[in-house]
Design a protein around this ligand. Sequence first.
Ligand SMILES: [Zn+2]
Length: 412
Amino acid sequence: VQEGLARIIIQRDGEVFYNPIQIFNRDLTVAAINSFKILAEKEAQKGTPNSSKTERVGFSILDALSASGLRAIRYALEIPGLNSVTAVDNSTTSILEIQRNIEVNGVTAKVDYVYDDTVAFMHSRSREFSVIDLDPYGSAAPFLDAAITAVKDGGLLCVTCTDAAVWASSAYPEKCFALYGGIPSKGDYSHEAGIRIILHAIATCAARYGITVDPLLCVKIDFYARLFVRLRHSPLAVKLLGQSSMVVYTCDEGCGSWTQQSLGSAKAKNHETGSSTYKFARPTLNAQFSTGGRCLHCGSRLSLAGPMYAADLHNSEFIALMQKTVNGELGKPLRTRKRINGLLVTVKQEIEFGPFFFLPNRLAKVIRCPTPPLWALQEFLLQLGYTSGRSHCRPGSIKTDAPWHVIWEAMR
Ligand SMILES: [Zn+2]
């Protein structure tokens, strides 16, 4: 099989398999790592302390659950200037495949393979890798702790979770809570809520080590979630995690509206020297929560979702860099670039807005009116002084900074 610049030999009925649906994921990751590398190099030139530490020992990638070695080989061939890629797998069949594929592609000098348990291996390599790619079949939750400790300060963690039935539906709330520490929501924005729950799991895990997460790009693709987050050692930033976490009262059985409750309160005081100090307090309860368990807008029963991450899921500077990378301005164009471009354009305008979105057709059902066209609604909101955009999670959705009473007014 030829994919990107790599050519791999697939064993027909062995344990190792090739999943063509994942080409998009791998292309996206090649673009993301290339963009991250450029970002880190830019910072190193400016002399940001975090990244200069990274650059001193070279750029290294860990393909933590390697299977065929395809990812590791593509990184070696398609990410210019990297020093080493390590492919880890705990199956002897996989290791033989990886070994053969490394030779076929002539990358023995750059790609190293290790036969080991992934978690044990990562625990033994504290702050060693510039990038760790976790792409398991199922949940990445069991690998997070070890991965966070093995990423360098200022490094990149790439996480796939394919267990959407757990984090994006109401089928297994107990499993979601056990794996990710949050209650999932159901319905329209359940995937966005799921991404936020996974991110919260990463952030709380990292916070125990004084490490803070900076989400660069966190998206839902087909049936799975893919998150690119930067990890930095910052005991101060960790204290702000409560403020960027929330629980949500969601009307996911009715109109789809929601109410947020922040889990932290921090008042910043900026000093003349340019630094800031914070005064922390317990959050006060959102008054809109006292509705007797019923939705303010449609009277349906409310559910609790979260805790989950409440702040931005993407970084605009990083997305701008990715757009250049994908289109070959900074390298070879990727096969799935059209689809990646479409995704990047949508997520770029998501950044302006807070969590979640509404579906006009659902609101129309509640107030028994015909569904207005999306553009007409957006135009109306704009006239009232509010901006709006779309969500990559759901076609026909609107993200807006307008409060609920304005959204209802617009619908009527
Ligand atoms: Zn409702």
